[in-house]
Design a protein around this ligand. Sequence first.
Ligand code: SAH
Ligand code: SF4
Length: 356
Amino acid sequence: MGTFGEKPSIYGLTIDELAGWLTERGQKKFRAEQIWDWLYRKRARSFSEMSNVNKECLALLEENFALGTIDLQLKQVAKDGTVKFLFRLRDGNLIETVLMRQAYGLSVCVTTQVGCNIGCSFCASGLLRKVRNLEAAEIVEQLMQVQFFLDEAGKGERVSHVVVMGIGEPFDNFDNMIRFVKVINHPKGLAIGARHITVSTSGIVPKIYEFADLDLQVNLAISLHAPNNELRSSIMKINRAYPIEKIMEAMDYYLKKTNRRVTIEYILLKDVNDHVEEARQLAELLKDKRKLVYVNLIPYNPVLETPYQRSTKEAMLAFYDTLKKNGINCVIRKEHGTDIDAACGQLRSKQLKKAN
Ligand code: SAH
Ligand code: SF4
């Protein structure tokens, strides 16, 4: 048992669940809205602050819920304003969250699992096997902690965008990830718009269908990283279970069902997947849906334990130009906080090494 005890975190409940829980205990339903106002608008740090909630109801909350279960362990601020947070979970595990300053607002990258079992060969998170899934509350709390940090700075800044691109495979923790999205999206809570939320997957095909069927209006990003199966299997072993043609079929279903654009993520690894030929193949692969996809070219953030290097500027630009010439929308992703281990899982893996 850690510093927070074992009570479930109140941040894991949807507003309807909280209302149901309260009414079962003889409390009025509207209390749920009051409590959510304290949690997500006034951002109370203790139940006792909730001054318009009756004593009996507060006692129930105190008795049954924890107001937070994650603890800030370390914070790094980069020159460009990117902030990386290392949090300790109640069971001692460490996770990372990143705050990025974008032209369009403040974006937070959240972690969904302790480690990752997908094991992509270029990724720091994949080097460490999955220890466990995060609970929905632990994902919500990452966002709350970042918002507390902004509140304390006193400039009235608010997190406006969320990317589910931290440590872990969100579609391997599907239910908790969806619960997280519902909590942060709710208009009575943080009210992060669905269109401001992006979930990134390495391509767990059945879950792409499930996600499409939920009709959430949340953005989907698919980590493709290679235009053919041979190459993709060599860097992402998940491709053996869910090869490119299956991902394309699932994507077609998603596009038809939701009518929303999909982002294709493509890390540029020097001399591995960054040749003009691969750009041509990628354009060919996507040509029948080019109006509905755009490609995010990601400069690789080198991970010490892997053999991969970042592509040269020339290779990146040639790749970009080839896609453009073939009518594919694309951007080279702007980097954030390269001076502070901002690549997924890097800070955590360094901390673990220090501890061992
Ligand atoms: N597991 C999910 C989401 C987390 S990873 C996924 O794979 O999509 C989020 C993105 O960061 C993925 O596109 C992933 O390939 C990329 N990524 C992982 N390690 C990276 C690194 N060292 N440099 C740049 N991008 C990286
Ligand atoms: Fe897991 Fe994504 Fe890293 Fe692959 S890239 S190991 S799926 S976190």
